[in-house]
Design a protein around this ligand. Structure first.
Ligand code: SF4
Length: 367
């Protein structure tokens, strides 16, 4: 099993809060596509012929590529990699780039999962985030996606916004659940260093972000998701049964993946590689690191603690050795006493009220 990630580094404009690598111009799109195609072919042995179960177009705004441009990339993958019989093929899309015609074209190519960056169904939130779409278009594009036969749809929402209160966040969730969409990714608004929003807040030109709003909204989110039959399978991800993102789940399960395009990361099962964050990435050295057993342990703890599957102590003992499983158990003991972790048989889980503090708890378990 393996996966492929393709980073499309273009957007029509830069959102105020954005911390991703993307360029607010399409001027270099053709040169980029050519370089991307060369990279996909030249690294064809990276996955050692493992069947590719998932392909993920992320960005940036992948829906800025034309249908035939996405088709050409998928053709290259089919030609040079072993595509599994029923692959999950996801494309991230922004509402302002979607049309009925475009969605039909994606379906015809075999794209079978859409991740739509809606962020909020309210115009005051969208304006604060400087998104290009409005609430009406946010609703329309979900309907269009369903009308063209997309069943596997995920919506991104952002919570903890100073333009929203608990009532508005609840209404956002009402709209999401009414749409009968099987997957939700919800992220707290974070202030990225050097983002436009961070600068605006520093200058007093935008409303400041309050961490307590994020805690309040997250509690509402977890409760409403459970009431609506959604599994909380990762800190920021919720789905109806059988609708986990297969691609993201494979990251948390240490399945190898190849990442193409600027800033994309790859993992071959032993070491990690990452491309430079530049449109000239193809001419630059791929950075690489092999993980020591201590780093492998820390990474396993950090990734698994975020999921509903938890930390498997037997897995740690088997794959990394007893000294790591013993260390993990010893470090976990006070956290279990404090109610921050729970233990069921050989698995350690975050308790519900610790979900937002996963990174801090993981650090306490680190080697
Ligand atoms: S659409 Fe996404 S990647 Fe592009 S600027 Fe906005 S947040 Fe960043």
């Amino acid at each position: 099993m393996s996966g492929i990630y393709i980073h499309i580094p273009f957007c029509l404009s830069k959102c105020a809060y954005c911390g991703f690598y993307s360029k607010p111009s399409l001027k270099q799109k053709d040169a980029f596509r050519e370089a991307l195609g060369r990279e996909i072919v030249s690294r064809k042995d990276y996955l050692h012929g493992e069947p590719v179960e998932t392909v993920y177009f992320g960005g940036g705004t992948p829906s800025l590529l034309m249908v035939d441009e996405i088709g050409a990339l998928l053709d290259l993958i089919k030609k040079h990699y072993e595509l599994a019989p029923d692959p999950e093929i996801t494309l991230e899309a922004n509402p302002d780039t979607l049309s009925l015609e475009y969605l039909k074209g994606l379906r015809a190519l075999g794209v079978n999962r859409l991740s739509i960056g809606i962020q909020s169904f309210f115009d005051n939130d969208l304006k604060y985030l400087s998104r290009r779409h409005d609430s009406q278009h946010a609703r329309q594009c979900v309907k269009m996606a369903k009308d063209t036969g997309f069943e596997n749809i995920s919506i991104d929402l952002i919570y903890g916004l100073p333009t929203s209160d608990a009532d508005q966040w609840n209404k956002n969730l009402d709209l999401f659940f009414e749409m009968n969409v099987p997957h939700l990714s919800a992220y707290a608004l974070t202030l990225e260093p050097n983002s436009i929003l961070t600068k605006q807040i520093d200058l007093g030109k935008a409303l400041p972000v309050n961490e307590e709003d994020a805690v309040r909204d997250y509690e509402i989110l977890c409760r409403r998701a459970a009431e609506n039959g959604f599994l909380h399978y990762e800190i920021s991800n919720f789905c109806k049964p059988q609708h986990q993102s297969r691609h993201n789940s494979s990251y948390w399960s240490h399945i190898p993946y190849a990442g193409f395009g600027p800033s994309a990361h790859s993992f071959d099962g032993v070491s990690r590689q990452w491309n430079s964050s530049s449109l000239d990435w193809y001419n630059q050295k791929i950075e690489s690191e092999s993980l020591t057993p201590e780093q492998q342990y820390n990474e396993y703890v950090m990734l698994k603690l975020r999921t509903m599957w938890g930390i498997d102590l037997k897995y740690i003992k088997r794959e990394l050795g007893e000294r790591f499983s013993t260390h993990c158990e010893r470090q976990a003991e006070p956290l279990i006493t404090q109610g921050r972790l729970s233990k069921t048989r050989e698995f350690l889980y975050l308790t519900d009220n610790q979900m937002l503090f996963a990174d801090g708890v993981a650090e306490m378990l680190f080697w």
